[in-house]
Unconditional design. Structure first.
Length: 409
């Protein structure tokens, strides 16, 4: 009993003196096992003739900016690439049933997939980890802000739709080494607009994708193209650009009902023209003009301005016609006076009295021609007004038709 007790007594302090070395966690063990002989510079295949297939997937999260001037589009996407790493394989039963672990991105091989159209580094957060499961499948998920070049079609602005391509490819590896594939079916990717922030200026229509092999310098490169098709919501621009313009044109048309012989109409039209100029100068920044292309709405503004100038010119013409008669009258009376004065001094009394009688006759006939003239002027005014109205209606209805087709297409 005593010896047993001694053993017991000695055993307890022994255990206290030599505490068991702290065991590494299973996670730590697994990571060490996996990365002990890992070389991150080597493509992770057992047989070098096998290509590494990188599965690609992405979701458009939002369209941040579309810059017509520089032809750049900034999109925010959730990008996923998944590939098989044949060296990161383990049996979960050996490691407490761990099926998935996260590894440092710097510790393993990663494919060099880039977007061909990128023109600028966006502000993307860099995530330091990837997820690996026991069969060696590596998942690299990251949010990316892509600033890409895109051939923007601004002619139909603000009823435009854009088709921007994002091409993913390995910059260096040929198809024999790194091949690409889609993670989900193309239909699923095309119609996945769940995550899209739908409150902005742009509406995501679809994201069709296709796989292509690019042949360059006797080598084949795999690439996957995604076409991000977006459509602008025109309401803001219709309210801030089109409607004020239309209102001014309507006011201009109404101003034809002002009497043509007073100067009021010209003053009124001049102020409309001035107002329109100010409006245009303010709105010029909103138009996405490029060096070679200008949107149709810019032409619309210019033509509106031209129409305003035309209507002003027309009013001036009518006033000029009206006063033309008066001026002629004045000239006549002046000449009559002169004739009277010199006539009295040069010619005989009888002759001069005859002349004055004749002048009276002339004044009478002039008053008749003046009424005729006035009637003619009003007719010309009406005619010009109708002509102007026809031009305006044809112009605006053709533009309206065009815009409606664009917006409903
Ligand atoms: C690699 O794969 C190719 C084709 O599948 C096969 O012919 C070759 O024997 C393999 N090489 C090795 C070392 O297993
Ligand atoms: C690892 O992930 C891939 C891709 O998600 C999956 O197909 C595979 O079944 C997973 N393996 C295990 C053992 O869970
Ligand atoms: C977008 O552009 C690509 C090529 O640039 C073309 O193949 C595709 O049909 C276009 N998609 C739409 C909806 O216009």
């Amino acid at each position: 009993g005593c010896s047993g007790a001694a053993v017991c007594i000695s055993a307890v302090p022994l255990a206290e003196l030599l505490p068991e070395k702290p065991k590494r966690s299973t996670l730590n063990q697994l990571t060490r096992t996996l990365l002990r002989k890992y070389d991150r510079g080597v493509r992770p295949v057992l047989n070098w003739t096998d290509p590494t297939i990188v599965y690609i997937d992405f979701i458009v999260q939002s369209v941040l900016d579309v810059d017509g001037q520089t032809q750049k589009v900034t999109t925010s996407i959730w990008y996923r690439q998944i590939w098989k790493d044949e060296f990161l394989v383990w049996d979960p039963t050996d490691f407490d049933g761990i099926n998935e672990i996260s590894l440092s991105l710097d510790a393993i091989w990663v494919p060099d997939i880039v977007i061909s159209e990128f023109v600028d580094v966006g502000r993307s957060p860099s995530l330091p980890y990837v997820y690996v499961n026991s069969s060696g499948s590596v998942k690299n998920y990251k949010p990316v802000q892509v600033v890409s070049a895109c051939d923007l079609e601004i002619y139909a602005f603000p009823f435009d739709r854009q088709n921007c391509t994002l091409t993913f490819r390995s910059w260096l590896h040929t198809v024999g080494e790194v091949d690409l594939a889609l993670w989900r079916s193309p239909e699923e990717i095309a119609n996945d607009t769940r995550e899209f922030m739908n409150d902005g200026e742009w509406e995501l229509l679809s994201v069709p994708s296709r796989y292509r092999r690019l042949h360059m310098e006797d080598q084949d490169y795999a690439q996957i193209q995604f076409n991000v098709v977006i459509r602008r919501r025109p309401l803001l621009y219709v309210v801030s650009l089109l409607i004020p313009s239309i209102f001014l044109m309507v006011v201009d048309v109404i101003s034809f009902y002002l009497p043509p012989n007073s100067g009021t109409r010209i003053t009124f039209k001049t102020s409309i023209l001035l107002g329109y100029t100010v409006f245009r100068v303010n709105m010029m920044d909103e138009l996405p003009a490029t060096a070679i292309k200008t949107p149709l709405i810019g032409v619309f503004f210019a033509v509106c301005m031209a129409l305003l100038v035309l209507s002003l010119a027309k009013s001036i013409l009518v006033v000029k016609l009206l006063h033309h008669n008066e001026k002629e009258m004045k000239e006549m009376s002046v000449s009559a006076c002169l004739l009277d004065k010199y006539g009295s001094s040069i010619q005989s009394f009888n002759e001069s009295s005859f002349t004055s009688v004749k002048t009276l006759d002339e004044v009478e006939s002039d008053s008749i021609t003046q009424t005729d003239w006035l009637v003619l002027c009003y007719k010309v005014d009406l005619l010009l007004f109708r002509l102007y109205l026809i031009i305006l209606v044809v112009y605006s209805s053709s533009l309206l038709f065009l815009w409606i087709t664009w917006s409903s297409a």
